[in-house]
Design a protein around this ligand. Structure first.
Ligand SMILES: [Zn+2]
Length: 322
């Protein structure tokens, strides 16, 4: 199925990178590729992205706060390999022109200011930096962050507790004690809009900035379908039943740390909201007019998720439906 126009515009949805997975088991090819003059290397440090410029890094974002404009990634060449022998390296794939693309996760002890690339870039907040990247750069950054986070959290075998080691260019961990192989996981999350006639259901959590509203969301549980998970979450969080129809829209890799956000619209069968206050502060129906003004930035009482988040695009997709 071709990607829809809307999906192509969603940040972090990758394009322009062939993962070239057949190279992952070829250490000789990987070493030569990493040392070749056309190698492209992005760099991360403790979850932050290396971006161009010398301006101070952005402050970490809070949910619902506006995004400042990000800066381009600072891509390095094969010389990046000389910056720290302790850097963790993964092979991301190849560009459309065949350049190999790698990512390095620098050790905690790495000091950019005293390194040979001092003054060329800074490590910036991931969300801020990634929000304005195109599909190639954003896709590389999101993939790198998800894999590096997985390595950080899976140093030991979940089967026997022994230390594991990295294989296949960063895409696998192997336990030599019990022989189990571990692969990076992706957690499916449904993020959805329940609609009824000319209105849609939005909710908010206590920790969000006042006036910020978004779609309901939750993890898909074992043994259920995507549509069932979406209906269950809406029922649990807001008491709204959605039994008749669920439309899949698009999805977005969300490396915080390893989710795949799956956008849906569901038809609601009842109006009366019962909020589960363990999950939400409140939820309410918004008319199409209210929702449109919120998205246009002309509603003084409510504002929506920023375009960086897939929730923004789910709401937009509903408004664009005739
Ligand atoms: Zn083991």
């Amino acid at each position: 199925m071709p990607l829809s126009k809307a999906a192509a515009a969603i940040p972090l949805v990758p394009a322009g990178l062939d993962r070239a997975a057949h190279h992952r088991r070829d250490p000789q090819w990987l070493e030569a590729a990493f040392n070749s003059e056309n190698a492209r290397v992005l760099m991360m440090h403790e979850g932050l992205l290396l971006v161009e410029g010398s301006a101070p890094p952005s402050a970490p974002l809070q949910i619902g706060a506006p995004l400042p404009s990000g800066r381009p990634l600072l891509w390095l060449g094969p010389q990046a390999g000389m910056l720290s022998p302790k850097a963790r390296r993964i092979f991301l794939g190849e560009t459309e022109k065949g350049s190999p693309v790698f990512a390095l996760d620098m050790p905690s002890s790495f000091n950019l200011d005293s390194s040979p690339i001092s003054g060329l870039g800074v490590f910036d907040d991931f969300r801020t930096a990634a929000s304005s990247l195109d599909a190639f750069n954003g896709g590389c950054a999101a993939t790198a962050r998800a894999i590096f986070e997985w390595h950080r959290r899976h140093t030991f075998c979940s089967n026997c507790g022994a230390r594991t080691r990295i294989e296949e260019a960063g895409w696998k961990r192997k336990c030599d004690d019990c022989g189990v192989e571990h692969f990076p996981r992706t957690d499916p999350v449904v993020i959805m809009l329940a609609v009824r006639g000319d209105k849609c259901l939005l909710g908010r959590q206590k920790v969000w900035r006042p006036g910020f509203w978004s779609c309901l969301a939750g993890f898909v549980e074992p043994g259920e379908t995507i549509e069932q998970a979406a209906a269950r979450e809406i029922r649990e969080e807001a008491g709204i039943r959605c039994t008749t129809k669920a439309d899949y829209l698009f999805c977005q890799p969300w490396p915080f740390p390893s989710s795949l956000m799956i956008g849906l619209i569901l038809e609601a069968d009842n109006d009366d909201i019962t909020v589960d206050q363990c999950e939400l502060e409140t939820a309410r129906w918004f008319t199409r007019t209210e929702t449109a003004s919120m998205m246009a930035g002309t509603n003084p009482d409510a504002f929506p998720p920023m375009p960086f988040a897939v929730a923004h695009h789910v709401i937009k997709a509903w408004l664009e439906r005739s």
